[in-house]
Design a protein. Structure first.
Length: 364
């Protein structure tokens, strides 16, 4: 699914060739990005990839060395102009929530409404309290709130001034895993209902896939790939993108006569690469079917982990130095020692080794 990218005229936020470096090290390098109103963007990638640096520049707490930022078509950072953070109409939910410990939940929410007349501020605070559903928490101080409750108060405080963009920096990472999904789902259900434009930083692949309308995957200060969750998961454009969003068996192969030849089979491949060049087959664990049929490629079971609905198997195959990891819904007899293997081509990706390039090779 290809997503239409907004232009400067239709974008609530646009970045043109934004760079930021510290000495000789680039935190960001030539970042160009357009975001439409109401869109939920996830900046994803491993620690140190530049996603938090980008969020800081959008917020205005750091300045780019080069490039230009526009909000609603107006320049907010560049060679000609720099708009201070408090004037950008941007809300921010911090990783640790940063609630004022000496203020009640309601007072925390009112803090960002000081520019409004008292009655108007109180009315707006009450509106956002009702939207977020924290009416029972307004008289409590932060130390009296659970992690999920603190997150909701921080969200209400950020939404109270009606920002054009809401920035969120790992907003659910401090929550217990059992609570994280519920709070995240409730939060984004509300934000979509309100039509809020959101840019969220996350290092969690599942969070990015389940939350973002568009994912911006970053590495070493640059955008590696952008698109919907389906696009990045199903058709990653590099080994880095594939590894970030999924677990793969990595099987070495050789390109010959329009095919990739591997120890687990030969697969048709359409690529402009040299005859005899090395390639790597990335194979998803669920793309391997197993059976007790002895007339197929065989693998010896060297490990199995029962997970209820699924089972993870480790199969040693002749010609491979590492076992294949298989995810199956089938019930494999506990007495089975070897299994037949069938590869589903739709679960296979072919990449050049990263030392010679990371472009994906198309297979049929």
């Amino acid at each position: 699914m290809n997503m239409e990218i907004p232009t400067r005229q239709t974008a609530v936020l646009q970045l043109d060739a934004v760079s930021r470096s510290f000495g000789s090290v680039y935190a960001l390098k030539d970042i160009s990005l357009s975001i439409r109103s109401g869109e939920i963007i996830c900046l994803a990638g491993h620690s140190g990839c530049g996603k938090s640096s980008l969020l800081r520049i959008i917020a205005g707490v750091d300045r780019p060395d080069s490039g230009t930022l526009f909000m609603q078509g107006e320049e907010i950072a560049g060679l000609q102009r720099f708009v201070e953070p408090e004037l950008r109409k941007i809300g921010f939910v911090f990783q640790d929530y940063a609630l004022f410990p000496h203020l009640t939940a309601e007072q925390n929410i009112l803090f960002g409404l000081k520019a409004l007349p008292k009655e108007e501020a109180a009315k707006r605070a009450q509106e956002v309290i009702e939207h977020v559903g924290i009416g029972s928490l307004v008289t409590r101080y932060p130390h009296m709130l659970s992690g999920g409750e603190q997150q909701r108060v921080a969200l209400a405080r950020a939404l109270a001034p009606s920002p054009d963009i809401l920035l969120m920096d790992e907003p659910f990472s401090s929550l217990d895993s059992g609570l994280r999904q519920k709070v995240r789902n409730d939060t984004f259900r509300l934000l979509r209902k309100l039509g809020t434009t959101v840019i969220m930083v996350t290092h969690d692949p599942e969070e990015a896939l389940s939350t973002g309308d568009r994912i911006i995957l970053m590495r070493q200060g640059q955008i590696v790939q952008s698109g919907s969750g389906y696009e990045l998961h199903d058709t990653p454009n590099s080994p880095y993108a594939a590894d970030f969003f999924g677990d793969f068996n990595k099987v070495p192969g050789i390109y010959r006569n329009g095919n990739i030849e591997t120890a687990i089979g030969t697969f048709a491949c359409h690529a402009d690469i040299a005859e005899g060049a090395a390639a790597i087959a990335y194979l998803r664990p669920q793309a391997i079917s197993v059976s007790t049929d002895p007339n197929q490629l065989m693998g010896k079971i060297i490990g199995r982990i029962f997970l209820g609905d699924t089972e993870q198997l480790m199969l040693m195959v002749k010609g491979l130095s590492e076992p294949l990891h298989v995810k199956t819904f089938d019930r494999i007899p506990i007495t089975a020692d070897q299994l037949g293997i069938v590869i589903k081509p739709e679960g296979l990706l072919i990449f050049l080794p990263e030392t010679t390039g990371s472009s994906q090779i198309n297979i049929s």
